[in-house]
Ligand binder design. Structure first.
Ligand SMILES: [Zn+2]
Length: 1005
């Protein structure tokens, strides 16, 4: 029988659901609870009626005990938070943690056997004395005691005497056609609950203001709140004088010694939450619903020092309730409340009728958060989808409505541009919708996007926010554009009518929308929701013929969606047509005689297309498709209608070029382009000519196996020698074509990532002195990273080759670094161990050559010096230094010894080494560590194996800079320094190569 399977093994079936044989369970609660605001606890008694409407006989029920999620670091919540770097449950003080106990479950007044789920202490399993048959009901009761955790952890909690009482009572898991949906509480991954009614009685000190689910039944409390609302109106100007700021500035008054008991009831909801604070200011309003004209009361409750923003909360509550009702169906309850609170689970959090809102940074921000959370009354409250598994059905559809709300109420908004330097930066008129659009496209272009249909717990945090919320909003915005608002609204209202107060699955939403629209929407429900396939449409040609204006568009992408084509005249749309979904090109015919000067795909940028630069055609201009030039300082957004170019002055310097000054010109705007370039020519005062770099690349986003595939070529030219003694004056040009592939599957969150890099090199010495310095070659490097919160492993296997008329070099190397966090509590410190083996397979005839001609191809016990950087992977201030401090610059590669002596250099056979580095446990100072290097090498074919040991103290600033002071070294190594002073034994690393570095997600989010 199905219900014997553990509910945690959710079977997700995609059988087409239909409302006819649909059933759901019903749970009706009666809870009495008393708040103790000195010990921050709840004492309560609960009784619920459980009605089994399923066709199955139930021999047990699963009950969530979610306050237990806050018990310690071993709960699912504790583990999820630890992974995200929040350690309060793992290492925090006991007083900040929470729990539920004093449970004594009875079914129909008979004691029952119950136990905690073996994996999750926040789930209980009640074994029924007699199974509950189809159509039968039972009464379950228990007392319970909740220790309220700190509000800084997640959604249930208190900050001082401000209480957020959510996910707080024993609550049966949903039993549906997929079986039991028992789930531990998580921060990332929301809820799924049974519908029913609540009758909740709360006892607490008289001077608390309470915002809660349900209709308040206590007349005295209604008068108390009305009085608070009047008082708030009178005190508004006084409140506005208070300094804005973080929660807690308005002091808490003493608690009344007298208690009050207040009662709330509500039916057709699936949760009950309440919030209590003695400081709250209150405002009461009313909104008339668009369809039924029914009136709904709005309540806003906030801490007086937040009055500047909150004084308009009434308006946001009304407008949010109005528009969501208009587009989706009327709000079915009597009141809607927003309360001000500090919750750590994000900007705001929804509960039926009541939402809690975190600190807002602006009036606009507060409006969006309130509207979003109020909107969850529809997409969560009324349409009770399984948010843990199909989070997009509530967050995504809600984001669609949120985007639509902002675009409707503020059609000229520049919300995204305003976020950077208050709008003064040249992000050109980017609106609220663009924020989602650009976030999605950036994530996708980095190859890091997961499918919308992903289990909440399997999302990376960037994907949870960008894909589940924003991309879903975008794809339904696209659908709205395609169907037109009227038909789209009909679809959403039909979904609302058919599925309100029920548990719709994705296939139910799809069935309703397809039926009402009469369209096949596989491109949306399959391609855009279930895969990471990207949309990319291209405007191919525009021809004015006898029959009419013919615009040819082509589907270049992986999604066969509909394509909007607009004809514009002086920037205004004069005609629009849609090409129906197709995997090839379509020619649309517009009426003859339309006056237009431009044709565009999706001029309002409502289609979540990955590349937009191929979307337009201009009548004027030589090339039709070439856009007018836009040149901006530093960086900005890539405007679809422009050829975007950014510039910035550059100054640089090295030992030979001396001072360099020039400009970098590039097209790496936001979001990135498929084709990227950067040119940075600089006048070199040392070379008395131009030095600099240039790089071109082209990115492809394959469907499978590779996340990204980038082809590019990089060119560098600098001066590298000025040996006065021999009258040499060398400059080089290095041309390095490359292919970089980020290997992996975008579908899943994996701690492992790997990359393949194939790079060639052609190095010219453009001065006549060193023909030996001209060489060709390249390398293949496969590298992998395994990343966990407390430990990391990376490795790289690499084969290098280079040759010229004199020398051929082949070598192979393997490097691996394991890092572990050896202190994990309040102070975190890392220990690192590295292993390296490098072997020269062939270095033909070096002995007949002067040393400087083969030295670049040799191995070292230390990291490579500038002259060994034959592929120009790093910047060296003086790459050929023979004397002075710049001879002490090394890379963190090869043998990795922090030494600069000649001992163990020019190795033409093999080097093996291990290096350890430990950050010292000095409080507050993280950058001091100790190191030890041990290595063996065989310098030539005939030579003996030699060894060395080196220890010292290091200072490291991230991966960019390190400086190493030796303390003790083995005798051969020590002797090799001769009479050099201590200063010459110090080495340093300098990583100044941001351009060649991979673009990592962590740098952007
Ligand atoms: Zn939300």
């Amino acid at each position: 029988m199905r219900y014997f399977f553990s509910a945690l093994l959710l079977s997700i079936t995609f059988s087409k659901g239909s409302a006819q044989n649909y059933w759901q369970q019903e749970v009706n609660y009666k809870i009495t609870v008393r708040l103790n605001d000195t010990e921050h606890s709840l004492m309560a008694y609960e009784e619920f009626e459980y009605i089994n409407n399923s066709p199955d006989k139930l021999d047990r029920i699963y009950v969530h005990l979610w306050p237990n999620a806050y018990r310690n670091g071993k709960t699912a919540l504790g583990r999820q938070q630890y992974e995200g770097g929040e350690t309060e449950l793992t290492f925090g003080e006991e007083k900040n943690k929470g729990s539920i106990d004093s449970l004594d479950f009875k079914v129909n007044d008979q004691k029952v056997k119950w136990e905690y789920d073996p994996q999750n202490i926040d789930i209980a399993i009640l074994y029924l004395n007699t199974p509950l048959g189809p159509g039968e009901r039972m009464k379950v009761s228990t007392p319970f005691y909740v220790k309220i955790p700190s509000g800084s952890i997640s959604r249930l909690g208190h900050i001082d005497q401000s209480y957020q009482i959510t996910q707080w009572y024993p609550k049966p898991a949903v039993y549906d056609k997929n079986g039991w949906n028992a789930m531990p509480y998580l921060n990332q991954g929301e809820f799924y609950s049974e519908y029913g009614s609540f009758d909740v009685t709360i006892t607490l000190p008289r001077n608390y203001v309470v915002g809660a689910t349900g209709d308040l039944q206590t007349q005295e409390e209604i008068e108390f709140l009305d009085g608070k609302a009047d008082e708030t109106l009178k005190k508004r100007s006084e409140y506005l004088m208070q300094k804005q700021g973080r929660f807690g500035k308005t002091p808490f008054p003493e608690s009344d010694t007298e208690f009050k008991t207040i009662r709330y009831t509500q039916s057709k909801v699936h949760d009950f939450a309440w919030f209590a604070d003695k400081r709250y200011a209150v405002s009461k309003g009313e909104v008339t619903l668009p369809h039924s004209k029914k009136k709904v009361t709005t309540w806003a409750m906030w801490v007086p020092h937040n009055t500047t923003y909150w004084q308009h909360a009434d308006e946001y509550l009304k407008d949010g309730t109005y528009y969501y009702s208009l587009w989706n169906g009327d709000y079915p309850y009597n009141q809607v409340t927003a309360v001000d609170g500090t919750i750590s689970a994000g900007g705001g959090m929804e509960y039926p009728n009541v939402t809690v809102i975190g600190n807002a940074s602006s009036k606009e921000d507060l409006e969006v958060v309130i509207v979003h959370e109020v909107g969850h009354n529809w997409f969560y409250g009324i349409l009770g989808s399984n948010e843990r598994v199909h989070g997009w059905m509530d967050e995504g559809l809600n984001t669609l409505n949120e985007m639509r709300y902002v675009q409707t109420k503020y059609p000229d908004n520049t919300r995204m541009s305003d976020m950077v330097l208050g709008g003064r930066f040249h992000l050109n008129d980017l609106d609220h919708h663009d924020l989602g659009d650009i976030s999605y496209r950036m994530l996708a272009i980095l190859g890091e996007d997961q499918p919308i249909e992903t289990h909440s717990a399997d999302f990376t945090s960037a994907n949870y926010g960008v894909i589940m919320y924003q991309k879903t909003g975008l794809v339904f915005y696209y659908l709205k554009d395609y169907l037109g608002e009227e038909l789209f609204d009909q679809c959403m209202r039909a979904y609302f009518d058919e599925w309100k107060f029920k548990h719709p699955q994705p296939e139910d939403l799809e069935a309703t929308v397809e039926r009402v629209s009469g369209k096949n929407l596989d491109w949306l429900f399959k391609d855009l929701i279930q895969t990471t396939d990207h949309a990319d449409y291209k405007l191919c040609s525009v021809k004015e013929k006898e029959e009419g204006i013919q615009v040819k568009v082509r589907n270049n992408g992986q999604v066969n969606g509909p394509i909007e084509v607009n004809l514009l005249s002086k920037g205004e749309v004069v005609a629009t047509k849609w090409a129906e979904p197709s995997d090839r090109s379509t020619t649309l015919q517009f009426d003859k005689g339309i006056q237009f000067d431009e044709a565009r795909i999706d001029h309002t940028k409502d289609i979540p297309e990955i590349w937009r630069s191929n979307n337009s055609w201009h009548k004027k201009g030589l090339f039709g498709k070439i856009e007018p030039l836009k040149m901006e300082f530093l960086i900005g957004d890539n405007e679809q209608e422009r050829t975007n170019l950014f510039w910035t002055p550059v100054i640089a310097g090295n030992y030979y070029d001396k001072f360099m000054v020039g400009a970098a010109i590039h097209n790496n705007g936001i979001p990135f382009n498929k084709f990227q370039y950067l040119i940075a020519p600089m006048y070199s005062f040392g070379r008395k000519s131009v030095s600099g770099i240039a790089e071109l690349s082209y990115t492809i986003l394959p469907r499978r196996i590779l996340k990204t595939s980038r082809f590019g070529i990089s060119v560098k030219s600098f001066k590298y020698d000025n040996n006065v003694e021999f009258d040499r004056d060398g400059s080089f040009v290095a041309i390095a074509p490359y292919w970089k592939a980020n290997i992996g599957n975008r579908r899943s969150k994996s701690p492992f990532s790997s990359e393949l890099l194939v790079q060639g090199i052609k190095n010219f010495d453009i001065t006549p002195y060193y023909s030996e310095s001209n060489y060709m070659g390249g390398f293949i490097k496969y590298s992998g990273d395994l990343n966990f919160t407390d430990h990391q492993l990376n490795f790289a296997l690499r084969y290098d080759k280079s040759y010229n008329d004199y020398i051929n070099m082949d070598r192979l190397s393997f490097e691996s670094i394991y890092r572990v966090k050896y202190l994990r509590n309040k102070m975190t410190r890392w220990f690192e161990i590295r292993g390296y083996f490098g072997k020269i397979l062939d270095l033909s005839n070096p002995k007949y050559q002067p040393i400087y001609s083969y030295a670049p191809y040799t191995l070292s016990l230390s990291g490579s010096a500038g002259y060994q950087d034959i592929y120009y992977e790093n910047y060296y201030f003086d790459r050929n230094a023979a004397h002075g401090i710049w001879t002490q610059q090394r890379e963190n590669n090869m043998g990795g010894f922090k030494t600069a002596s000649f001992y163990g250099t020019f190795v033409t056979n093999w080097v093996a080494s291990t290096n350890v580095y430990m950050e010292l446990p000095i409080p507050k100072i993280k950058f001091i560590g100790v190191y030890a290097d041990y290595g063996l090498f065989k310098s030539g074919i005939q030579s003996e194996v030699q060894s060395a040991l080196n220890t010292g103290i290091g200072l490291r600033v991230g991966k960019f800079f390190g400086i190493y002071f030796p303390l003790w070294m083995s005798s051969d190594l020590k002797d090799s320094y001769g009479d050099a002073g201590y200063g010459e034994k110090i080495t340093f690393t300098l990583k100044l190569n941001p351009l060649n570095g991979p673009i990592k997600l962590s740098n952007l989010f």
